[in-house]
Write a protein that binds this ligand. Structure first.
Ligand code: PMP
Length: 438
């Protein structure tokens, strides 16, 4: 039995929680741009929860939609019945996606969305009689969740190496960010295309007809805000087209306005074959994710040629009524408050603000795109925690600011409702915390 004060017993082993033993951190509530602790502290949310609360926290229309839905229809068995809000949300999400990506599979998380997309890719080639294309390609410093597929294609070596070969064959493109190389190639316009040519090298190692899909985050988010160099995504698209390889954009972070557009595919002008989404679709209020695909891919996966193949794929909670209600209310808020365009408009203000931190102790590099920023810091081997990042975590907590400390980077991704004054406050507190932990 759980003892009332034995919170450690069910505390998860994440960064901030490692500090839990010294100073318990509990949240009581959230509203708009803030979290509140039981003792009344207001913590400014510089991370949109975990890249998800793009419309801010506990917004009244989303809360009302969830409450009304819970009272009206709590659960709809997805293999016998549809319900209107699932269709409505699927068509609203698809309408935000580029070109002919117009069919949606719902999942409950980003990890499930990624595993679903990878399964679709493997099945697609097989069903079309193109042989067993079983190889998948991810990218170093990419993050695609913690499912089997996402772990295997993920680019955080430590996250995958203990599991051995999870899939039949996986290769990783090099990361688009390498500090020394970037400094060397700054200003070289073709750098992005050259880097994407690494895909040709991987294709050259294997028969191209064995490769099912390439999955990348258009902008690698949780591993430190790594925007694609110019020409990179275009070249990936071209190489995939040449070899009949599917291109998947994992937009779990990039989607729903984070980069000033509904999806990063629109920002960068490159149309993938599938888009995975989660997080911002419900502003974090109810777990939900999904995959947006083209009709031929949908048909192949669901029906097979001439309906000859019967595949089963779906979750008990696919298109859950509460998630769909929350999603529709969230998308309404994005439209009513024009939050995607707002993020685009704030981008230069945000950029100026975060780059003002240049020159502070231990700051090595600052990157930004849309309403995201990462500040690379030199670790301090003599300080507590992993190279001093525990001290940094404590400093941020002391200044009542939520940030994400990912590896050697501080990652800042406020809700899209952030005011200019709050951007100032985030940057001021970040500066204070960096100085305090120096
Ligand atoms: N893909 C990307 C790009 C992500 O950033 C994340 C989560 N941070 C995931 C997949 C996994 O999503 P979830 O944690 O909802 O499973």
């Amino acid at each position: 039995a759980l003892r009332p004060n034995d919170l450690e017993a069910y505390w998860m082993p994440f960064t901030a929680n490692r500090a839990f033993k010294q100073s318990p951190r509990i949240l009581a509530s959230a509203k708009n741009m803030h979290y509140f602790t039981p003792d009344g502290r207001a913590i400014l949310d510089g991370t949109a929860g975990l890249w998800c609360a793009n419309a801010g926290h506990s917004r009244a229309p989303i809360v009302a939609a969830i409450q009304a839905q819970a009272a009206e229809l709590d659960f709809a068995p997805p293999f016998q019945f549809g319900h209107p809000k699932a269709f409505a949300l699927a068509s609203r999400v698809a309408a935000l996606a580029p070109a002919d990506l117009d069919h949606v599979f719902f999942t409950n998380s980003g990890s499930e969305a990624v595993d679903t997309a990878l399964k679709i890719a493997l099945a697609y080639h097989n069903i079309r009689g193109q042989g067993a294309r079983q190889r998948l390609i991810g990218r170093e410093r990419g993050y695609h969740g913690v499912g089997f597929g996402g772990t295997a294609v993920g680019g955080m070596v430590a996250n995958r190496k203990v599991f051995g070969n999870l899939l039949a064959g996986v290769d990783h493109l090099p990361s688009t960010y390498n500090r020394a190389e970037q400094a060397f190639t700054k200003g070289e316009p073709e750098w992005g295309a050259h880097l994407a040519d690494e895909l040709e090298k991987i294709v050259g190692l294997h028969d191209s007809s064995t490769i099912a899909a390439v999955i990348v985050e258009p902008m690698a988010g949780s591993t430190g805000v790594l925007p694609p160099p110019k020409g990179y995504l275009e070249r990936l698209r071209a190489i995939c087209d040449k070899h009949g390889i599917l291109l998947i954009f994992d937009e779990v972070i990039c989607g729903f306005g984070r980069l000033g557009h509904a999806f990063a595919a629109e920002r960068y002008g490159v149309v993938p074959d599938m888009i995975t989404f989660a997080k911002g679709v419900t502003s974090g209020a109810v777990p939900m994710g999904g995959v947006i695909v083209r009709k031929p891919i949908y048909d192949a996966f669901m029906k097979g040629p001439d309906h000859a193949v019967e595949l089963f794929h779906g979750y008990t909670y696919s298109g859950h009524p509460l998630a769909c209600a929350a999603g529709l209310a969230t998308l309404d808020l994005y439209v009513e408050e024009d939050l995607f365009a707002r993020a685009a408009k704030l981008e230069p203000v945000w950029a100026d603000a975060v780059h003002s931190l240049k020159g502070l102790p231990n700051v090595l590099d600052i990157r930004n795109v849309g309403l995201t920023a990462a500040i690379d810091l030199a670790g301090k081997p003599d300080a507590p925690g992993k190279r001093g990042f525990e001290a940094m975590d404590h400093a941020f907590h002391a200044f009542d600011l939520l940030v994400r400390i990912a590896g050697d980077s501080l990652v800042l991704t406020p809700p899209l409702i952030v005011s200019e004054a709050q951007i100032g406050e985030i940057v001021e507190k970040t500066g204070k915390a960096i100085r305090a932990a120096a």
